[in-house]
Write a protein that binds this ligand. Structure first.
Ligand SMILES: [Mn+2]
Length: 374
């Protein structure tokens, strides 16, 4: 056992080092002296830290510097690799420590995560480091995480496998009289019981007319006969997320809902089948959207077809009409999840996690997509 654990840890360290080296190359190419990283999932990706308070400074050359507080003092010893660590004293802000250590004094240009930084952090930097050129940057870490390593895909695959098992447990309890919250609780319970670290996001269970809410929360509403129930949930496995949606019927459902289900099922299947290197996010979206539009429900599909998946539940590539700039490459992982939502009647969404492979794609979820009547 020890041998295997040591080997896993060494693999992990190797991948952290490789990630840092890649990022530092990008930092140099952008003409920056350093990149300030405040977005916690990106810090996790680069140095392995999974806590809730931290800042990482990645210089163009040399070791990165990681700052956190007393609560994580022992955790970082076993978790963080490849960076200098500073535990910031009580009553001091992490940013104060950057000033204390004069980390930026020799720098001219420091990049920051434009869409993710807090205004207060930006304002602090602007006032304390007047000599610095603060350069807004987007997707510097994200464009690295977008192409997964085989190890990372294994973790998403494991998370998706757990998701399939959780789905089987959830459908066992769905019957008339059971509430949406009952089903959501079952999903959360089995997610942890079956080996995940936790839920990827707040579980969605919506039934009857409420199934027309794409992101509705579970409520105390009781599930009735003749209704559709949509379950949308994800599992986290070693920091990587899965995300799946299935819509099931409780008894016989109205003809229009049967028809809608079939349209979504075929649209989803067609979009998945087109996934291969060289396609772009917009083309995958159009495949599902055109089919749904052809059948008269285009205006009832008001969201994108999918999103990248990894250390975050929503990341790049974007699979929507705005996704033209994302040309699919092997080892990208994203969801394919078209839906139709008719107010006052109900809705259907079907979602799988898909890996781009050199010859095409691999679908990670194995749960059936034909209408399941409970
Ligand atoms: Mn999703």
């Amino acid at each position: 056992m020890t041998g295997r654990v040591t080997r896993l840890r060494l693999n992990f360290l190797d991948s952290l080092m490789a990630r840092l080296a890649r990022l530092q190359k990008t930092v140099r190419e952008h003409g920056l002296d350093a990149l300030l990283i405040t977005h916690l999932p990106n810090i996790y990706y680069l140095v392995g830290y999974s806590g809730s308070n931290g800042i990482l400074v990645v210089p163009a050359q040399g070791k990165p510097h990681f700052f956190t507080d007393f609560r994580y003092k022992s955790q970082v010893k076993s978790e963080v690799a490849g960076a200098k660590i500073s535990i910031v004293e009580r009553d001091r802000q992490l940013l104060d420590a950057i000033v204390d250590k004069q980390l930026f004094s020799d720098f001219d240009a420091v990049g920051f995560e434009e869409t993710l930084i807090k205004y207060s952090t930006y304002d602090f930097l602007r006032k304390k480091f007047r000599h610095l050129k603060l350069v807004p940057k987007r997707e510097m870490v994200e464009s690295m995480t977008m192409i997964k390593t085989d190890d990372e895909i294994e973790m998403i695959k494991k998370a998706a496998e757990i998701g399939d098992k959780v789905f089987n447990k959830a459908i066992e309890v769905i019957k008339p009289g059971v509430t949406e919250l009952d089903v959501a609780a079952e999903i959360c319970y089995w997610t942890k019981k079956l080996g995940a670290d936790g839920d990827a996001f707040e579980v969605i269970v919506v039934s009857g007319e409420r199934s027309a809410l794409p992101h509705g929360r579970a409520t105390s509403k009781k599930i009735k006969k003749g209704e559709l129930v949509t379950l949308d949930f994800g599992c986290v496995y070693r920091g990587f997320n899965s995300d799946m949606t299935r819509t099931v019927a409780v008894g016989k459902i109205p003809t229009e809902l049967q028809k809608i289900y079939e349209i979504v099922r075929v649209a989803q299947q067609r979009a998945v089948e087109r996934v291969k290197p060289g396609m772009n996010g917009r083309e995958i979206d159009s495949t599902a959207r055109d089919y749904i539009t052809l059948h008269g429900y285009g205006s009832k599909f008001g969201h994108g077809t999918g999103h990248g998946l990894g250390i975050e539940v929503h990341e790049i590539p974007i699979i929507s009409q705005r996704g033209e700039r994302f040309i699919l490459e092997p080892n990208m992982v994203f969801t394919v999840e078209p839906g139709i939502y008719v107010e006052g009647l109900g809705g259907v969404r079907i979602e799988d996690d898909v890996v781009v492979r050199p010859e095409g794609h691999e679908v990670l979820n194995k749960s059936p997509k034909e209408l399941l009547v409970l």
